[in-house]
Ligand binder design. Structure first.
Ligand code: 5GP
Ligand code: ZN
Length: 112
């Protein structure tokens, strides 16, 4: 966990362009945006990915989606947006700390 990039961002050891923070989660802009608007929302608890969500810790996921609703409204994603979480190597997950990509600002293509 100590060499986790996102834990280091939460701790302020790696700089990030923060959008929002509370006791449970942090939202910040992706360093390599894939859309005109692309930010990430992560739980402060280090969960390695979506396959670690269970009945005991799932409340943070609902909280993160409520935060996404507020942020996308403030940022003016009026024509919609996409929320993505990659889980595991087949999905191309590169950072093993649960995160939700929020993408918008253009017509997004279909994905496979
Ligand atoms: P994944 O490929 O695991 O679904 O997504 C990881 C995302 O984290 C990528 O979109 C990548 O650009 C982003 N990322 C990786 N390292 C950093 C960093 O140090 N700062 C920021 N802001 N984003 C990062
Ligand atoms: Zn972490």
């Amino acid at each position: 966990m100590n060499d986790c990039v996102f834990c280091k961002i939460i701790a302020g050891e790696i700089p990030s362009k923060k959008l929002y923070e509370d006791e449970l989660c942090l939202a910040f802009y992706d360093i390599a945006p894939l859309a005109p608007q692309h930010f990430l929302v992560i739980p402060k608890e280090h969960l390695t990915g979506a396959n670690r969500i269970n009945e005991e810790n799932a409340a943070v996921v609902g909280h993160i989606f409520a935060v996404i609703t507020k942020l996308t409204a403030v940022l003016g994603f009026s024509d919609g947006y996409r929320v993505v979480t990659n889980c595991g190597d087949d999905a191309g997950q590169t950072v093993k700390h649960l995160h939700f990509h929020v993408l918008g600002g253009k017509q997004l293509g279909s994905f496979n």
